[in-house]
Design a protein around this ligand. Structure first.
Ligand code: GH3
Ligand code: MG
Ligand code: MG
Ligand code: MG
Length: 320
């Protein structure tokens, strides 16, 4: 899954060689109501992949919706209760599951069945009786593409240096959350954080130490946010932004103060800072008003104004 790849990307740069393209052990879910069929596939795949087995559609769907979804699904069509077509349809409808490749593995060999399976979004359709070596070769190719897609996805929404969300991911999430807040009549808050006198920090300790400091600050911000919907992102340079859905000004102030304190408690020495002997941040806080337009740009502009206030009134503090 994405988590595994992310870990790997941090450790080693991506290789171009196809053999090295899937350096992690990928996970395949085999769904078939016949235990004999799943045994055959498990035996064929277990050497190269982690194999999950499911004999019914409901269970298969819940595995795919878990926090540790498979990288590929081999899916039988004719099964009691939910059939393979319906499983494929539901996977494609779910935001979490729509990118999991599905290969149908079925005794339905009519052209219209094959066509139907493929129009539902399956990447391949294999008919029984099948050749194990051909299935293995197809799976390998499809998983290489999946790995490449996952890698691209991580690179588009994760900041390379700090490994937290990047600005693009923040923009997308914020756009969605503003809509949601309007629809549900809830308040969302945004925090804009800027490291105090970071230019002096670089001047004193060098850019490499500066980068290390940015990583520590980013990690601390992410770790300090408590709710699963909260998002910490790198806005650019030494500025960070936090999105707090369903959080009013009072709540946002508490979070901002907790973040400010968490950064100060990292105790990263900053001997040239006029504010404090350790690295600190200033934080601008803004909350949406259910009565207002609350455009993306408006909220960010207000957060920026609040941040400016925090800087002007002494730094290492929050302002609303
Ligand atoms: P203030 O308290 O007013 O925010 O002062 P400041 O020095 O932090 O503000 P300023 O915006 O003038 O400086 C930001 C510095 O952050 C300048 C730039 O060299 C540094 N910086 C931005 N991005 C990076 C980065 O990726 N790595 C490192 N090491 N430094 C960076
Ligand atoms: Mg069956
Ligand atoms: Mg700045
Ligand atoms: Mg700064």
């Amino acid at each position: 899954g994405l988590k595994e790849i992310r870990k790997h990307l941090v450790q080693t740069p991506l290789q171009n060689d196809l053999e090295d393209l899937c350096p992690i052990r990928q996970k395949i879910l085999v769904v078939d109501d016949s235990p004999l069929n799943t045994k055959i596939m498990e035996a064929a795949l277990i050497e190269d992949y982690e194999v999950l087995i499911s004999h019914n559609g409901k269970e298969a769907l819940s595995i795919c919706n878990s926090n540790d979804p498979p990288d590929l699904i081999l899916l039988d069509i004719i099964m009691p209760e939910i059939d393979g077509y319906e499983i494929c349809r539901r996977l494609n409808r779910g935001a979490k599951t729509k990118d999991i490749p599905v290969i149908f593995l079925t005794s339905l060999t009519a052209a219209k069945d094959i066509e139907f399976g493929l129009t539902l979004g399956a990447i391949d359709y294999i008919t029984k009786p099948f050749s194990i070596p051909i299935i293995k070769a197809k799976i390998k190719n499809h998983l290489a593409v999946k790995y490449y897609q996952d890698t691209l996805k991580i690179n588009t929404d994760v900041d390379q240096l700090t490994q937290i969300a990047n600005r693009r991911r923040f923009d997308d999430t914020m756009t969605l959350e503003i809509k949601k807040a309007k629809r549900t009549g809830t308040i969302l808050s945004v925090l804009l954080l800027d490291i105090d006198h970071f230019k002096f920090y670089n001047d004193t300790y060098g850019h490499l130490e500066g980068d290390t400091c940015l990583k520590k600050v980013a990690t601390a911000l992410s770790a300090t946010l408590k709710r699963p919907k909260d998002l910490a992102a790198r806005w650019g340079g030494e500025e960070f932004v936090c999105l707090l859905p369903n959080t009013n000004t009072k709540g946002a102030q508490n979070v901002a103060e907790a973040l400010r304190e968490a950064i100060q408690n990292l105790s990263i020495p900053h001997e040239s800072s006029p504010v404090n002997e350790v690295v600190t941040v200033s934080v601008g806080v803004v909350s949406s008003n259910p009565m207002d337009e609350n455009s993306f740009d408006n909220l960010l502009r207000q957060a920026d104004e609040a941040l400016y206030q925090a800087k002007e009134t002494g730094r290492n503090r929050i302002a609303v």
